[in-house]
Design a binder for this molecule. Structure first.
Ligand SMILES: Cc1ncc(COP(=O)(O)O)c(C=O)c1O
Length: 389
């Protein structure tokens, strides 16, 4: 609390040039950070600096610029590793984001280790990106999918775990924080229970990586996936953390340059992890931008960010209780007043069905949002209620 109170959040807001934009003639209120966050100037500057002073391909040319680009790219990998407290930078594979990280595990690990009759355990609250890759894999391998149900209060039915976590379960893949409900799952406990039956674990950290401290050693997970663009970084970059011995046991999934040791016309030998999973020219600028985003977030402090987000959410819930009507077309109405929220199923169709909802309107906050913006949201929602009634 003390830490949060001592931070100048208004000054932090000034770091985000886009927050000065107008939308439909009104000051922009950006409440869609769960979809993608805005980017601070430090990240924009890092991207520009890379292209102005370091741009070259990595691991290839024997020239000064290529050395600079390679060094910056690999330093970014170390930065991600230290952010997650991963024991080794070789346990970090750069990907396009959470979706690609999960597909990598499904295709590289799943195709080798899953057999007919094996089970992948998921939950009813998974984002489509932690559902569809497993459906595709199940079709190919004959493996089955099983789901931890969601209770009426939005938490996982943990009392069902012991009957669901049977020895056939080879992997338990679940989200850290739900993108529709905001539920924070007890990751460490889930990993421990999975390990007890010999199952590996994959944590979808898309909604947590930029919002709270994450320590893969403490969580004791086998894989963890996240996206840079939801935590102040650029789009098109993210990472997969994988325990070293597991990554090393997995075959490549994409073939091409960068990931090989030697190639003949008939056959190739592959590099070790993580490079064997990064075929072709990677998103070098993205990785550098992600490292800048991590530096930025850590300067503020993840615990303080968590506390600040929680205070805003608590305040919003309190004020939303004043509203009696549930107008339709809320998202479109709000947009006319500069209020950017997200309407729809949020890539959570099974979860929406579970609660009998066609969709929801989601206001998601980040550390650059303010109570005044929430007050303005409430005014706009009252106007919407009057308009639609
Ligand atoms: C919980 C969760 N998982 C996965 C994703 C997919 O992330 P990306 O589209 O960046 O790959 C999202 C994005 O909304 C999410 O909220």
């Amino acid at each position: 609390m003390h830490q949060v109170a001592s931070i100048d959040w208004k000054a932090i807001r000034e770091d985000f040039p886009i927050l000065r934009e107008q939308a439909h003639g009104h000051p922009l209120i950006y409440f869609d950070s769960a979809a993608t966050s805005q980017k601070p100037r430090a990240v924009l500057d890092a991207l520009r600096n890379y292209y102005e002073h370091e741009n070259a391909n990595v691991h290839r040319g024997l020239h000064e610029l290529s050395s600079r680009a390679t060094e910056a790219y690999e330093k970014s990998r170390q930065r991600v590793a230290s952010y997650l407290n991963a024991p080794n930078a070789n346990e970090i594979v750069f990907t396009r984001g959470t979706t690609e990280s999960i597909n990598l595990v499904a295709q590289a690990w799943g195709a080798k280790f899953l057999r007919d009759g094996d089970v992948v355990l998921l939950t009813e609250m998974e984002h489509h990106s932690n559902l569809v890759p497993w459906q595709l894999l199940a079709e190919r391998t004959g493996a089955h999918l099983r789901f931890v149900p969601v209770c009426d209060d939005g938490t996982l039915a943990l009392d069902r775990l012991s009957s669901l976590l049977t020895p056939e379960v080879k992997l338990f893949a679940f989200t850290h924080v739900s993108n529709s409900l905001g539920t924070i799952n007890p990751v460490r406990e889930l990993c421990e229970k999975a390990r007890a039956v010999g199952a590996l674990t994959l944590v979808d950290a898309a909604q947590s990586a930029g919002h709270m401290p994450i320590d893969v050693r403490e969580l004791d997970c086998d894989f963890l996936a996240f996206s840079g663009h939801k935590m102040c970084g650029p789009t098109g970059i993210g990472a997969l953390y994988g325990r070293a011995e597991i990554l090393d046991s997995m075959p490549p999934w994409h073939g091409g340059g960068e990931m090989i040791v030697s190639v003949t016309l008939e056959k190739s030998a592959f590099k070790k992890a993580p490079h064997r999973f990064e075929a072709g020219t990677p998103n070098i600028a993205g990785a550098i931008g992600l490292a800048a985003a991590i530096d930025y977030i850590e300067r503020i402090g993840r615990s303080a960010i968590f506390e600040h987000d929680a205070q805003l959410a608590g305040y919003a819930i309190e004020r939303l209780a004043e509203l009696s009507a549930h107008p339709h077309d809320l998202t479109t109405f709000a947009d006319q007043y500069g209020l950017a929220m997200r309407g729809g199923h949020h890539c959570n169709q099974p979860l929406m069905r579970r609660f009998g909802l066609p969709g929801t309107t989601r206001a998601s906050f980040y550390f650059y949002n303010t109570k005044e913006e929430i007050d303005r949201m409430i005014e706009i929602l009252h106007a919407a209620a009057r308009f639609f009634s």
